[in-house]
Write a protein of this length. Structure first.
Length: 482
């Protein structure tokens, strides 16, 4: 009333009460904005609970965004099949959330919740503390409690357990905010389609190599072995490899002519020396007219003295494939069990037709090479497969090579005394040839071994990785390492 009496006569009649009310309201706002809440009223406690709830929901929204939205569907499916303990249950709970359609709905739901509570927090704080304190508390709470700490927790070692335990709460949020989140998520799916997809073979091979590198640094016991890594790389490369890449060309094939060949002792010795279990049989001038093959196991019951004609034996029909045929498809053909050898032809359809009608393949339908199941297995293993015959050939080659090396060491001192030059000043014709070709003596010897042991370049020769001892001309021990 004092306010009205003061204003009476100063303002128009009837406006004293409204101006006094406006002045009183401004005074109260100034008092409330510059003082801390005393919590002697229920309204203060309600505002405190609202502020705490806003910070908590902001923390959950930020953490779930990092902990669930960032999960990969393929990773969860892998854990459902391979994980141990509770991780399978965690993955089973989280997978439906990650795969829910529209794909962006979960992200929109959590972002909407985070935005709403962050906007509501200053409204509650403004009624509890002064304006400057409300700004400071809101920024600090949102930054640390609502963003940094939840992100660290939800991406830590227990992220799967925490995210799985909050999957029910997440589903509740999805359903409550679906009237807003579903249309926005659907629109985002149309505007920004998901560019996912399964990992390609190159990525799987790279994953194995990366796993080995990281595991060697953290826990070497958990790393892939070199053989395991090679096996994965070989298997992943099989579908892109072609017959042409691994086949044996016709020039390197041991074969027998059908006409005039008798299985006497001389022929059987040649077959034994070849070390092959299947021998192509041809009619004509060379192996390009091969039409069938002989299995060496058929010779067990034969007597060399009988000189059995080759044509009288049962011959097996091969598979005919093109040089650009996939090794993966050929492996499936071999698995059928009909044969483990395939003849390579530029026109395999003509070759098959000729074989079915009894006509011998020739010309464009002739054999240009062959491939066996062992060739495909070597491609998968990315290593050579050696048998007894390979070991015997390698031993013979090593003995010859060591003998020549020891003889050179014996002759070198005498020759140097005659010429007045040390062995290091002289070079043998082979060494000079090595300089011309740019290859070392050890590389040339290794290539000579490769030419005897197998048709492919020797990448790993476990049967040669040893030390052979010999004696030099002075009675000392000479050690040669391949």
């Amino acid at each position: 009333m004092a306010c009205e009496s003061v204003l009476r006569g100063e303002v128009a009649e009837g406006r004293e009460a409204s101006l006094c009310a406006l002045i009183e309201g401004s005074r109260r706002l100034e008092e409330e904005g510059s003082t801390w809440a005393s919590f002697d009223k229920t309204e203060d406690w309600v505002n405190l609970v609202g502020a705490i709830l806003c910070v908590t929901l902001a923390a959950f929204a930020a953490g779930l965004t990092m902990g669930i939205v960032s999960l990969d569907e393929i990773d969860l499916r892998i854990k459902m099949r391979s994980a141990e303990g509770n991780f399978k249950d965690y993955a089973a709970k989280l997978l439906p959330l990650v795969t829910k359609q529209p794909h962006h709905q979960l992200l929109v739901t959590l972002l909407l919740l985070n935005a709403c509570v962050n906007e509501a927090l200053p409204l509650f704080l403004d009624k509890l503390v002064p304006a400057w304190a409300a700004v400071l508390i809101a920024v600090t709470a949102v930054l640390f409690v609502g963003e940094i700490i939840p992100a660290a927790i939800f991406t830590g070692p227990a992220k799967f357990a925490i995210a799985a335990s909050l999957s029910g709460f997440t589903w509740l949020l999805v359903y409550l905010l679906s009237p807003l989140a579903w249309p926005i998520g659907w629109a985002l799916d149309k505007l920004i389609p998901e560019e996912g997809g399964l990992p390609c073979r190159a990525e799987v091979r790279a994953l194995v190599e990366v796993q080995r590198e990281i595991a060697h640094e953290i826990n070497p016991d958990e790393a892939f072995t070199e053989d395991e890594a090679d096996l994965v790389r070989g298997a992943m490369s099989l579908s892109s490899a072609l017959v042409l890449d691994v086949m044996t060309p016709k020039e390197d094939i041991f074969s027998l002519p059908a006409a005039g060949t008798v299985l006497d002792r001389s022929t059987m010795e040649r077959i034994k020396a070849s070390g092959t279990s299947r021998i192509p049989v041809y009619t004509g001038a060379d192996v390009s007219s091969a039409y069938a093959y002989l299995r060496t196991s058929q010779l067990i019951t034969l007597n060399p003295e009988d000189a059995t004609p080759l044509e009288s034996l049962h011959l097996y029909q091969p598979i005919w494939v093109a040089p650009d045929h996939s090794l993966f498809d050929l492996l499936n053909d071999f698995q059928a069990g009909r044969t483990h050898m395939a003849f390579v032809s530029r026109r395999p359809e003509l070759s098959r037709e000729a074989s079915s009608t009894g006509v011998r393949p020739s010309g464009s339908s002739g054999c240009v090479g062959l491939i066996t199941l062992e060739d495909i297995m070597e491609e998968i293993l990315t290593e050579e497969i050696y048998d007894e015959a390979d070991r015997e050939k390698a031993s013979q080659t090593i003995r010859g090579w060591l003998t020549s090396m020891i003889k050179q060491r014996r002759v070198a001192p005498a020759a140097s005394r005659r010429t007045g030059r040390s062995p290091s000043d002289r070079s043998t014709p082979k060494e000079a040839s090595g300089r011309r070709t740019g290859r070392s003596a050890s590389e040339r010897s290794r290539r000579s071994v490769a030419s005897v042991v197998g048709r492919k370049e020797v990448r790993s020769l476990p049967i040669l990785e040893g030390i052979a001892d010999g004696k030099d001309g002075r009675g000392g021990s000479v050690r040669f390492l391949l």
